[in-house]
Design a protein around this ligand. Sequence first.
Ligand SMILES: [Zn+2]
Length: 349
Amino acid sequence: MPLVSMRQLLDEAAKGGYGVGAFNVNDMEQIQAIMEAARETRSPVIIQASRGARQFAQDRYLYHLILAASELYPEIPIAMHQDHGNSFETCKSAIELGFTSVMMDGSLKADGKTPSSFEENVEVTRKVVDFAHERGITVEGEIGVLGGVEDGHGAGGSGLDHITDPDQAVEFAERTGVDALAIAIGTSHGAYKFNKKPDGSVLKMDVLIAIHKRLPNTHLVMHGSSSVPKDLQDIINQYGGKLKETWGVPVEEIQLGIRNGVRKVNVDTDNRLAITGAIRKVLWESPEKFDPRDYMKPAREAMQKVVALRMTQFGQAGHAGDYTPVSIADIAKGYKDGSLSTRPLVAAK
Ligand SMILES: [Zn+2]
């Protein structure tokens, strides 16, 4: 199946009342792990690459690897997404390369570190939406600022510094026409999200629910949503690692989000932990080994296990065959003739 529009994938998820995991990739083994998990659970999937990943792998490699995945797994709808585009140019280059979806993270300036003003965010996001929709490409925007730093991107600091204001979220969705909206509710990128199991004082699910009430048809996105499970931390530390104790976003909170408009859930750290734990175990137990396949195969399997579990927990499992993909050209027509709405439904306060 050709790569599909993320908008179609999320519209279908909204119809079905489930969330879709968006998993980050940097190399072939991660793509293989995601695709095997998608086949195993019959899940539609979002594969995303950050700017750091595009640089690390050279993005043409990533693009062609994902194309190979679409050939090898014709039954799986795949959207290919640019994670945290920092500028119009980054999003444009992703679209020109063949990504079917981009995130314009205008919550930060182009340096990927300094929080921007609301007006700057609206302006750059609107510009990306105009360029992208004309070409049938989906756009995710961000309002509010996430905590932490990942792949050199992020304002740092706590996830509580710039929680999304529901009124601003409404205005942002109306003025930009984004297809999906990332909001800041206290989560952070990276492994060190919370120093205890998060409760309502640090993870603002009430804000998410308030935004969903005002924007009932807008696809919400949860970033920094790895659960950082203890068993994955333990494997790393058992085999020579030195991770400090940390907590992620509990799966039941993500599921609460999914019941309240969350359609895309970004997961990266859990997969990084699974891969590193598996590699450490092999090299610790068998220090004589030197064939990379001896540790990459278990690493790939460990990631597949995590991804398949998340696909089941987010509810996307079993939905790969629900719909026929609409071509990107027809999606572009839909934006043009208005059959694909870019005006959010806004409910009264
Ligand atoms: Zn993110």
